[in-house]
Design a protein around this ligand. Structure first.
Ligand SMILES: [Zn+2]
Length: 232
């Protein structure tokens, strides 16, 4: 009886949960239910067994999808920075390109800079009115369109500052620290007055300057030659 009295409390619980089973069945089924409840516990224990089975299955399946995981798409870009979110989201999206540029027929000029000399072009046409040298070089004569010939200036190249200006706010692409002195230098024998920069010192019109070259760590651009004061 004690056993029966104790189970009735469970009956109520079972009744509330499910009224479908009949009272008689419940009374008779009490032990069964007790067994069932006991079984439900092991059922929970069985759950992990299922998981184990599933894991085993997954492990077994994993062998096949590994190539898929290796081959999955990944983000290789640079994460954008959010600049603002209101009134709209604005992100900073860095972009960089490599500009492939050929010096073409002017290549000897840049080769000369790397080797520490200024190289100019001259028109070989005897009938051409312009006999002087050109820097920046011209592949063809601006006056008669003849193909130019190359001549290297003898070092040291001493020029005279024709004019100058101080560059404080450089435009995009300028790869010199600011401020710097941009100088137009009159070089003997030239038809042109090329622009360059004064490496140090303060310029004045008529100032003698000497050409120097960035041969140790060349930039392979026109920046590889510059001027330094030649006056003491
Ligand atoms: Zn010419």
């Amino acid at each position: 009886m004690v056993k029966k009295k104790v189970p009735p409390k469970k009956k109520g619980a079972t009744k509330k949960k499910s009224q479908a089973p009949k009272k008689a069945q419940l009374k008779k089924a009490q032990p069964k239910r007790a067994v069932l409840t006991k079984k439900t516990v092991p059922l929970k224990k069985k759950a992990p067994l299922k998981k184990k089975v599933e894991i085993k299955k997954k492990k077994a399946v994993k062998k096949k999808p590994i190539p898929k995981e290796r081959g999955q798409v990944t983000f290789t870009g640079q994460v954008t920075k959010i600049r603002q979110t209101e009134p709209a989201t604005v992100v900073e999206w860095p972009r960089a390109i490599t500009h492939i540029h050929t010096y073409g027929m002017l290549s000897p000029f840049f080769q000369g800079l790397r080797e520490g000399r200024l190289t100019a072009t001259r028109c070989p046409n005897e009938r051409c009115p312009e006999k002087r040298l050109w820097i920046p070089p011209r592949a063809h004569c601006p006056d008669c369109h003849s193909e130019m010939t190359w001549e290297a200036l003898t070092n040291p190249v001493i020029g005279t500052i024709h004019t100058f200006t101080e560059v404080v706010y450089a435009g995009a692409g300028i790869e010199l620290s600011t401020p710097y002195w941009q100088v137009d230098v009159d070089i003997p024998g030239l038809a042109t007055i090329p622009k360059s920069y004064l490496l140090y010192g303060k310029p004045h019109i008529g100032m003698k300057v000497r050409a120097e070259f960035r041969t140790k760590k060349p930039t392979n651009t026109v920046l590889d030659y510059y001027w330094v004061p030649a006056e003491e």
